[in-house]
Ligand binder design. Structure first.
Ligand code: C2E
Ligand code: CA
Ligand code: CA
Length: 740
C-alpha cells in the first residue's frame, strides 16, 4: 500500500529569503541608529567648538579694544613730544592748515586717526570748523572714550589731555575719531573673529562708552578651518561608510542567494520530485551548488536515491518471489490452489458481464495411494512431478495448471466449452500414458482420470460449484469400467446423491443455498453473578429434520479450501439475526471465524461491517489458537484493527494442542476460552487439576477474561468458580438453540 505523503507543514514559516531580508533590515536599522548617534556627537563637538571659538573671538575683541586704547595713549604721547603740535597749542593761527596737511600725514604717529582735533587747556577747539563730529568744546564726560554712529559708519571717539613731558604742565587736549572696525583690525590681527561681520549696537544720535564695545558687539566668529575640515571629513566618512555597507549588504545578499538560497531551492524541488517519483539524479550543472556542504548534500541525496532505487528493485524482486512462492506449488512448480482462487477473481473482474463458457478440468492420478505406499514418498513425489510435466506439455500455451493437493490437478479453460476441454483432457491423459515411469522405478502403468464441468455464467460461487461438479464427474470417471474422462451432467447428481454420504450432500447444498445454513446460540454466563453475558453463535446445516454439525461441515469445507466462503456466509447469517432482533439488545454475541478467514481482508472487512451493531451488542470474535500461531503477524494486524473498531477477541480452545503462554503474550485477545478437556480435568484430584488451576490464575492475573467451556454439571461449575473463571458455558447451563 502506497503510503500517502504527509501533509506539508511549515508552508507558513518564513523563507530563507525573508529571513535574510529581515536580517539586512535589522542591520540597516542598527547602522542608521549608529549613524544618528555619531551625527549627534559630531554636532555636539561642533557646537562646543563654536562656543569656544566665540569665546576666543570675544577675547580677541577685548584685546583689540585694549590695544586701541593703548595705541591712542601712545598717539597722545607722540603729540606731546611733537613740537609742531605744541606750537599749534601755543599759537593756533594756521592750525586748520596744519591739521589738514601735516597732522594726519605725520609718519611717527603709531596710529592714523580719521580725524584729529586739538583743544586748548580750557577744552576749546583750536578751530571753529571742528571735523568728524568731534565736540567743539570738551566736557568732563569726554575723558571717557565713546562710540557713536555717523551715518552708516560707527566711530570710536577719544579725548586725551596733552602734558609737557618735562614739567607735566597741561598743554591742551587732543580728540580723535577712528572708524570701526577698521581701527580695530589695524591694532590687531583677528584669527577667531570675522571682523567684516562686526556690528555694534549703537543707536544713531546716541553715545555709548567704548567699554561697552564687547557687550554690544555682534559678529560671526572666523570659521575654524580645522573644525571645518573635520566636519567635511566626518561627513565624507559617513557617506563612504554607508555606501560601503550598502555595497557589502548587496554583495552578501547576492552571495547568500547564489550559495545558499538557490541551491536550497534546487535541493527542495529535487526532493519534491523524488517524492513524486519523477526525479533523475541531481546533476551538477556548470555553476551548480558551489558550496562544499551543498555539494556533499547533493551527492548524499544522489547516493540515497540510487540506494532507494536499488531497494525498490530488490523489493519488487522480493515481492515477485513472494508472490511466486504464495502462488506456486513448491514440489512441481505449477500454480497452487490460492493461485486458482486469485486467477478466478481476476478473470471475474475483467470478464464483467460477458457470458463466456468456462470449463474446469480436474485431473487425478489413479491408485496414487498404492504407488505411494509401495514405492515410498520419494517416488510418489517424483511421480507427481512427472505428472505435472506431462499435463503442462499437453495443455495449450496459455492454460494454467494448478495443483490442488496430493495428486489432484486442475486447469481452468476460459472461453472453452466442455467438448473442447474434453479433447484437451484426452491429450493430457495420452501424454501421461506415453510417459515412461519405470525410470522412477514404478513398474505398473500410471494413469490419470479427468472430471470436467462447464459454466456459462460466472461469479465467485460458480467456482465452488464448478469444482463440486468436476469432482462429481471425476468420481464417476474413477468408477471401474467408466470412461477416464467424464463431463458433468445433471444425471450425475442423483447418482451421487445415492452414492455419497447424505450429510456431505446437505453441506454442499447449503453452500449453494445459504438459507440452509443456520446459527444456533448457546448462552455464556457470568460465573460470579449467574447473569447471561452473551451468546455464542454455532453453525448448523439444515437437512430436512436433521441438523448437520460443525464436526461434519468443517472438514468438508476445509477439504475444498472454502473456509472463507463459509465465514462470509456465517457473517451474513449473523447480520440477518442481528437485524431481525433475534439477539436481545444489551447482550453480546460471539461468533467463530476460521483460521484462513482471519487473515483474509474480505472476511475482516465483512466483520468490520458489523460494527454498527456494537452500540447495542457486545461482539466477540472467536478464533482458535492454532490458526493464530501459523500466521501470527498477519492475524495480529487484523485483530488489532478489529479491537480498535470495538470488537472483543476470544482465543478459543485454549489448551487444545499448541497451548503456550509464550504465544498468548503476543496475541491481541481479550478472552481466553479454556478447552472442554482442560475444564473437565479441573474436577479431578490429580496433578493436572492443580496445573490447570495455576494456569487459570496466571492468565487471569495477566488481565485476560477466562471462559470455561463444556460445563456439564454443578460440580464443574463450582470447580471453575473456585478456579477464578469469569464466564462459563455448557450443556448444563444452556444448549445451543435457535433464537427468536
Ligand atoms: P467451539 O467454538 O469450541 O464451540 C463449542 C462447541 O462445544 C460447540 O460444538 C458446542 O455445541 C459444544 N458444547 C457446548 N457446551 C457443551 C458441553 O457442555 N459439553 C460438550 N461436550 N460440548 C459442548 P459445535 O457446535 O459442534 O461446534 C464445534 C466447533 O465448530 C466449535 O467449537 C467451533 O470451533 C466450530 N464452529 C462452530 N460454529 C462455527 C462457525 O460458525 N464458523 C466456524 N469457522 N467454526 C465454527
Ligand atoms: Ca467457539
Ligand atoms: Ca472452544
Amino acid at each position: 500500500m502506497a503510503r500517502k505523503p504527509p501533509a506539508r507543514g511549515g508552508t507558513r514559516l518564513p523563507t530563507v529569503g525573508q529571513y535574510l531580508l529581515g536580517f539586512f533590515m535589522l542591520v540597516a536599522l542598527l547602522l542608521a541608529v549608529f549613524a544618528g548617534l555619531m551625527w549627534r556627537d559630531l554636532n555636539r563637538v561642533m557646537a562646543e567648538a563654536r562656543v569656544s571659538d566665540q569665546a576666543a573671538a570675544v577675547q580677541e575683541l577685548e584685546l583689540a579694544r585694549a590695544n586701541l586704547l593703548h595705541q591712542v595713549d601712545a598717539l597722545a604721547a607722540v603729540l606731546e613730544e611733537w613740537d609742531e603740535a605744541r606750537a599749534q597749542l601755543e599759537d593756533p593761527s594756521y592750525y586748520a592748515y596744519w591739521r589738514d596737511s601735516r597732522a594726519t600725514a605725520y609718519e611717527d604717529l603709531p596710529l592714523r586717526p580719521q580725524d584729529l582735533e586739538l583743544y586748548d587747556a580750557q577744552g576749546r577747539a583750536l578751530t571753529r570748523e571742528v571735523r568728524g563730529n568731534l565736540p567743539a568744546r570738551l566736557e568732563p564726560q569726554h575723558i571717557q572714550p565713546w562710540l557713536a554712529r555717523d551715518g552708516d559708519t560707527l566711530h570710536a571717539y577719544f579725548a586725551l589731555p596733552l602734558r609737557d613731558p618735562g614739567d607735566q604742565r597741561l598743554l591742551g587736549y587732543a580728540a580723535m575719531r577712528f572708524a570701526l572696525p577698521a581701527a580695530l583690525s589695524q591694532v590687531r590681527a583677528f584669527r577667531h573673529l570675522d571682523i567684516t561681520t562686526l556690528e555694534i549696537a549703537v543707536a544713531p544720535g546716541t553715545r555709548v562708552a567704548l567699554e561697552a564695545l564687547v557687550n554690544r558687539a555682534h559678529f560671526r566668529p572666523q570659521p575654524n578651518p580645522y573644525m571645518q575640515r573635520l566636519e567635511v571629513l566626518a561627513r565624507q566618512a559617513g557617506y563612504q561608510l554607508a555606501l560601503g555597507l550598502l555595497a557589502a549588504l548587496v554583495l552578501a545578499y547576492w552571495l547568500l542567494r547564489t550559495i545558499v538560497l538557490s541551491p536550497l531551492r534546487r535541493l527542495t524541488s529535487h526532493v519534491d520530485a523524488l517524492r513524486a517519483g519523477r526525479a533523475n539524479l541531481l546533476a551538477n550543472e556548470a555553476g551548480g551548488l558551489r558550496v562544499r556542504e551543498m555539494e556533499l548534500l547533493r551527492q548524499a541525496l544522489n547516493d540515497y536515491q540510487l540506494r532507494l532505487e536499488q531497494l525498490h528493485g530488490d523489493l519488487a524482486n522480493k515481492n515477485k518471489e513472494l508472490w511466486r512462492m504464495a502462488h506456486h506449488d513448491p514440489l512441481t512448480g505449477v500454480f497452487n490452489r490460492r493461485a486458482l482462487e486469485d486467477d478466478w477473481r481476476q478473470m471475474l473482474a475483467s470478464a464483467g458481464s460477458q457470458q463466456l463458457p468456462v470449463s474446469l478440468t480436474l485431473f487425478d492420478c489413479d491408485h496414487f495411494k498404492a504407488i505411494n505406499d509401495t514405492y515410498g514418498h520419494h517416488v510418489g513425489d517424483e511421480v507427481i512431478q512427472a505428472l505435472a510435466r506431462c499435463l503442462k506439455s499437453a495443455l495449450r500455451g496459455n492454460d494454467r495448471l494448478y495443483r490442488l493437493g496430493g495428486d489432484e490437478f486442475a486447469t481452468v479453460l476460459w472461453n472453452t466449452p466442455a467438448e473442447e476441454a474434453a479433447r484437451l483432457a484426452q491429450r493430457c491423459l495420452e501424454a501421461v500414458a506415453g510417459q515412461d515411469f519405470t525410470v522412477h522405478g514404478v513398474k505398473e502403468p500410471v494413469r490419470m482420470s479427468a472430471g470436467i464441468a462447464e459454466a456459462r455464467s460466472l461469479d465467485e460461487n460458480t467456482r465452488l460449484e464448478l469444482q463440486r461438479r468436476a469432482d462429481l464427474a471425476m468420481y464417476e470417471a474413477k468408477r471401474p469400467g467408466a470412461s477416464k474422462i467424464v463431463v458433468y451432467s445433471e444425471t450425475l447428481e442423483d447418482r451421487q446423491a445415492l452414492l455419497s454420504h447424505p450429510e456431505t450432500h446437505a453441506v454442499w447444498r447449503a453452500m449453494r443455498e445459504r438459507e440452509r445454513l443456520e446459527l444456533h446460540y448457546q448462552p455464556v454466563f457470568d460465573v460470579a453473578t449467574g447473569a447471561l453475558s452473551h451468546y455464542e453463535a454455532l453453525l448448523r446445516v439444515r437437512d430436512g429434520e436433521r441438523l448437520v454439525l460443525p464436526s461434519v461441515i468443517l472438514p468438508l469445507v476445509e477439504m475444498r479450501g472454502c473456509e472463507c466462503e463459509l465465514d462470509l456466509a456465517v457473517l451474513d447469517r449473523l447480520e440477518q439475526d442481528l437485524k431481525a432482533g433475534r439477539i436481545p439488545a444489551g447482550t453480546g454475541v460471539a461468533f467463530n471465524v476460521s483460521g484462513p478467514g482471519i487473515v483474509q481482508s474480505r472476511v475482516v472487512e465483512r466483520v468490520l461491517a458489523l460494527a454498527n451493531f456494537l452500540s447495542q451488542h457486545r461482539l466477540v470474535l472467536e478464533i482458535t489458537e492454532t490458526s493464530l500461531i501459523t500466521r501470527i503477524t498477519e492475524a495480529s494486524d487484523y485483530l488489532g484493527r478489529l479491537r480498535e473498531a470495538g470488537f472483543a477477541i476470544a482465543l478459543d480452545d485454549f489448551g487444545n494442542g499448541y497451548s503456550s503462554l509464550r504465544y498468548l503474550a503476543h496475541m491481541p485477545v481479550d478472552f481466553v476460552k479454556f478447552d472442554r478437556e482442560l475444564v473437565h480435568s479441573l474436577t479431578g484430584r490429580d496433578r493436572q487439576a492443580v496445573l490447570v488451576r495455576d494456569l487459570a490464575r496466571l492468565i487471569s492475573d495477566a488481565g485476560y477474561r477466562l471462559v470455561a467451556e463444556g460445563i456439564e454439571s454443578d460440580e464443574m461449575l463450582a470447580a471453575v468458580r473456585a478456579a477464578g473463571f469469569h464466564q462459563a458455558q455448557g450443556y448444563h447451563l444452556g444448549r445451543p438453540a435457535p433464537l427468536g
